[in-house]
Design a binder for this molecule. Sequence first.
Ligand code: AGP
Length: 607
Amino acid sequence: MCGIIGFTGELDAKNVLLEGLESLEYRGYDSAGIAYFNDDGIHTIKTTGKVSSLREKVEAAPKFHSTCGIGHTRWATHGGVSDTNSHPHTFGKVTLIHNGIIENYHDLETKLAAEGKYPVSQTDTEIAAMLIDHLYQGNPMKALKEAIKYLEGAYAFCVLFADKPGVIYCLRNGSPLVACHCEKGSIIASDMVALIKYSKEYFVLPEQHIAVLTKDQITVYDINDKVVSPKMLYVNWDLSAAMKGGYPHFMLKEIHEQPEALRSTIIPRVRKGNLPDLSGDGLPHTIIDSINRIIITACGTAMHAGLIGKVMFERLLRIPVTVEIASEFRYQNPIMDNNTLVITISQSGETADTLAALRLAKTSHAKTLSIVNVKGSSIARESDYVLYTHAGPEIAVASTKAYTAQLSCLYLLAFSFALEKGKVTEEECSKEMEGLLQIIPAIEKALTFDVLAKDISKNLKDCEDLFFIGRGLDYALSCEGSIKLKEISYIHSEAYAAGELKHGTLSLVTEGTPVIALATQSNVYSKMISNIREVRARGAMVILITNGNVTVDSSIYDYHFALPHLSDDFAPFTAAVVLQLLAYYTSVHRGLDVDQPRNLAKSVTVE
Ligand code: AGP
């Protein structure tokens, strides 16, 4: 949530900041602002709306030339969306931007009021600016270190002190900050996408450390003022990966990037004889030996990937697996011990609830393994083991390629654990792996449904309610289909286990109600067809998705996607593509902002 950027160096700060904010906009987009040093001090320009509105305001402002500044794109938490509540916030000598939440801002506000200091905005961030200014007596490091003692919550700050021109002070506790120094100066941001134009090498600012950026260098200090050298990381994608590349939206581009994302995620993990090999990820194959219970915890789409993982793990390992919504799990006093494996899944690696769930698991001595897309992110760093999805940057708020890449990691784990536990022979495992490899060309074929999905979704654009139904793996995938449609088309939908409909919800199915019916699993295929007949008899408009071109009574559906045939376990990969395309085009037909849907942000770093 919220994107932040800071630059000091030889380039025009205006361009670096605005371009950086454009690339970070997916993190929050209700308002934006910049602050920069000019000859006569710090200037701030901010506005509600998107970065394009900020750009207009900046272009219209009297000419400035600055080489040092900070920028912010906001996802409101405290205080409504208004120019005043937008960042940066200035108090006294301090101007700052913030990503996170100051939980005790009200107490701090009361204390500052007793000193005769009052904010002008309704934000927690301004209180942080006031506090730091209150503690500032000419030594920024000292003021920031002092502030840590008072501040509760999550924060990443970039701070300008009016009497320290050309220098940016950054402090991190909970919310992400990555930085790099390049030929043209020093740059820091919430996410690597804003840095990639300048460098492929970067570091993650460690928790409770302060980074001081000057045009010549970045110095990182720990809480005891000791200079530290954070580990340098390297991204294997380039600027083009973070651009639309001719597609009208990032979401469509990312849907089409799935074959490549899966290739990069799976192929390096296949060894001779078509067997899974996770040793390159530092995963000892013995990790599963003492495990008698697996808990998968995550949020949203990542949690839906876990639902599919559960089916695969239980089927292959015969170990009980539960899937827990991270925001619930963290407060449920869950049962875990050192024989429990807790798998957290996260694209961003920064989701606050998932991170808290991971930390909770660690306190119970459970083994922790994470499936993460962003290198060096908090969840990746704090887990005992990490399996990275190599999906490349995912910019659209709706997760697509990260989801299928997460599924592929779960399958790799399931096969590798089953082999280690002796639940499958090498020969059987190799056959499963062959199935996994086949999903790549199958997804390429599924992508050719683009035109059909575009056409069919015209029938969805005006509906108010919609159902996704399925059984087994198809039910798990229905949950994902439903959230995808909801978040970008704003159409209400529900995912239902098909056999459960008649226990209440069938009363909502009337003439014309769209029902997207997944029937890819042969063990429940005939049951599923009966369930489709039930909704059909109530007048439902049925969009049927099958695994391969099965013979099916054409009177039970209006539209039919016959997916390229795969063995049942792998059908969620291709079916997911069709559901993503249906959601995408429904949103497009409704004329909505596909990549940046209302009220949402890509990386949910607050509770
Ligand atoms: C996906 O389309 C959603 N925008 C959302 O549910 C997302 O998957 C969830 O917030 C978890 O994010 P993470 O993978 O970065 O942890």
